[in-house]
Write a protein of this length. Structure first.
Length: 185
């Protein structure tokens, strides 16, 4: 996917993981610390994480297309490597959030089916949910960091190239003063 609405797709698509991955990470953190929230927001957080992971895949694909159309550059190469890392961690995070939510749902469903004469739940359930919660929160934090780091290097390399080339086509000739008299003053 090279273009979206006539514009390069990559700068538009990167906003999907940049917004959704940190939002899902905050939701996962809340679910880990307040178990009563899991039933209320668990599926929403899982949806955000999955959409963030899909957005990272789309952004990476569009970024590869964009990279092929540009001259080779060390800053862009570094950004692409960080983007691959962000894609990987976003997908790992989405999988762990899904495991957390589905596992919690499965355990509640299994517990509600138990009758009084059946044995108590297996002991592994006592440590499985906290372990998955810790892994989910840690992967969410790392996915958030890697998405922000890739985004920062991409923006820096883009604007640094413009500044070094002397391209001022997107700037007002008078700086902010060129916008005086418009409706938002």
């Amino acid at each position: 996917m090279d273009k979206l609405f006539g514009l390069p797709a990559h700068p538009l698509l990167v906003h999907i993981p940049v917004v959704l991955v940190p939002l899902a990470a905050i939701g996962a953190l809340a679910m880990a610390f307040w178990p009563w929230l899991r039933a209320r927001i668990g599926w929403i957080v899982a949806g955000l994480a999955v959409l963030g992971g899909v957005g990272a895949l789309l952004a990476a694909s569009a970024g590869e297309s964009l990279q092929e159309s540009r001259p080779e550059n060390a800053a862009i190469r570094h950004h692409a490597e960080l983007g691959d890392t962000a894609k990987m961690w976003s997908i790992i995070f989405a999988i762990l959030v899904l495991a957390f939510v589905v596992g919690e749902w499965w355990l509640k469903r299994r517990t509600s089916r138990n009758t009084a004469h059946e044995s108590a739940p297996m002991t592994w359930t006592k440590w499985a949910v906290p372990a998955v919660a810790v892994l989910t929160v840690a992967s969410g934090a790392w996915a958030t960091y890697s998405v922000m780091d890739a985004g920062h290097t991409g923006a820096k390399s883009t604007w640094q190239q413009k500044a070094e080339s002397g391209d001022r086509s997107n700037y007002s000739p008078n700086g902010d003063a060129g916008y005086q008299g418009d409706d938002d003053d």
